[in-house]
Ligand binder design. Structure first.
Ligand code: GLA
Length: 394
């Protein structure tokens, strides 16, 4: 795991015929708890994983953008004046979208030659796209000597995904890929954008990820639908509570319980998930800080139940994995992670139970479906940055 930056440098040099100026990288992520809360201005607690994207970049003296995907062995050429006109491969959009956002904000960009490769599993809900975007923001900032604050870079990447790629995601994935750190989870307040690293001691306990290998086919339409349902919940709760509310984040679990029977299904259940999930994130941070990992695990289980029953974004595959995980002695908690409808689950497992966990999941989930097990014991890695601290030439 983790991409060999030397290989990316060599592939970039071979493709463009010149050595790159810089190498950047950015990791994928796993969300530990706080699901579907980011676009409700709530709380999330993701961590980086040790899968990443490495990008080589060299500035040009024109306004051309030459891109090369090492993994797909595909190249693309465009320029800043016609970013929107070109019909791009999807992977091109993550980089072009970042350039587009920077240009819209008035930054002057030099042309660029960019090559990249990544080992974040694609389409599995581990944020391979956010990793490309954050590696790209870092590369453009470095090549053009742009002094853009870290949270601003994150917002640029999120907007690229929203407006250029056309995915209405929240801010969590780009935030953790940009600002995560090794050996810690990142608590993010998605309203104020305040954040805090929460140390993760993974000596006795491991974070294990299972890729269900179920493609997230329904995810896009259901995601947009959930966003609408939450907005409707905000409207109804403003009326019922008699005060203007802008986001579900502003509603306490207690006051919600007093009025929830006046809200029709499924809006009621959607609101209940978001409101209780925000509470679980805060409790999970306390548990982590007191090293009460059993409590953390129970909160993960409760989060999964809420996503399954109230938010209805889980699926048979994710539920089966979590149930099988729950039966393993030494497993502390299991939940789906990311948008849902497929993708991955995340589990907290005692280090000495990891082998049993792996065997149980292989037996109960992967083997009956004829799938090669994709179970990752993950280590966290640093957030986006330059590889080897090499700065672009002035
Ligand atoms: C996707 C989105 C995130 C977040 C999660 C659900 O990963 O990109 O912004 O909304 O789903 O928690």
């Amino acid at each position: 795991m983790a991409i060999d930056s030397k290989r990316v440098r060599e592939a970039g040099t071979r493709h463009f015929g010149v050595e790159p100026d810089i190498l950047t990288r950015a990791p994928g992520r796993v969300n530990l708890i706080g699901e579907h809360t980011d676009y409700n201005a709530g709380f999330v607690l993701p961590a980086t994983v040790d899968f990443d994207v490495v990008m080589s970049a060299r500035a040009r003296d024109d306004n051309k953008l030459l891109l090369y995907s090492i993994d797909y062995d595909q190249s693309a050429e465009t320029d800043y004046a016609r970013l929107h006109e070109d019909r791009h491969f999807l992977w091109v959009k993550y980089v072009a979208g970042v350039a587009d956002q920077l240009l819209r904000r008035g930054y002057a960009l030099r042309g660029a030659e960019i090559a990249f490769s990544g080992d974040v599993p694609r389409g599995s809900g581990l944020s391979s796209s956010a990793a490309v975007e954050m590696a790209a923001v870092t590369a453009f900032c470095e090549m053009n000597h742009l002094d853009i604050a870290p949270v601003e870079r994150v917002k640029i990447a999120q907007k690229a995904e929203n407006e250029f790629v056309g995915v209405p995601c929240g801010i969590m994935d780009q935030f953790i890929s940009g600002l995560g750190a090794a050996d810690s989870a990142l608590f993010i307040d998605c309203r104020s954008y305040d954040y805090r690293h929460v140390p993760l001691d993974l000596s006795d306990t491991k974070i294990v990820i299972c890729d269900s290998q179920k493609k997230r086919s329904l995810a896009a339409s259901a995601y947009a639908q959930r966003c609408k349902e939450c907005a409707e919940g905000v409207r109804r709760l403003s009326e019922l509570l008699g005060r203007p509310i802008e986001a579900l984040r502003e509603v306490e679990a207690g006051e919600f319980a007093n009025v929830e029977d006046q809200i029709p299904s499924p809006i009621r259940e959607r609101c209940r998930h978001v409101i209780t999930e925000n509470d679980r994130v805060l409790q999970a941070i306390d548990a982590l800080e007191l090293n009460k990992l059993e409590v953390f695990g129970e909160l993960m289980n409760a989060s999964h139940a809420s996503l399954r029953d109230d938010y209805e974004v889980s699926c048979e595959e994710l539920n089966t994995i979590c149930e099988a995980g729950n039966q393993v002695e030494g497993e502390l908690g299991s939940r789906m992670t990311g948008a849902g409808f497929g993708g991955c689950t995340v589990h907290l497992v005692k280090t000495d139970a990891v082998e049993d966990f792996r065997n149980a999941l292989t037996r109960q989930y992967y083997a009956p479906r004829d799938l090669e097990p994709t179970i990752y014991v993950c280590a966290s890695s640093p957030g986006a940055g330059l590889v080897d601290g090499v700065q672009a030439p002035a």
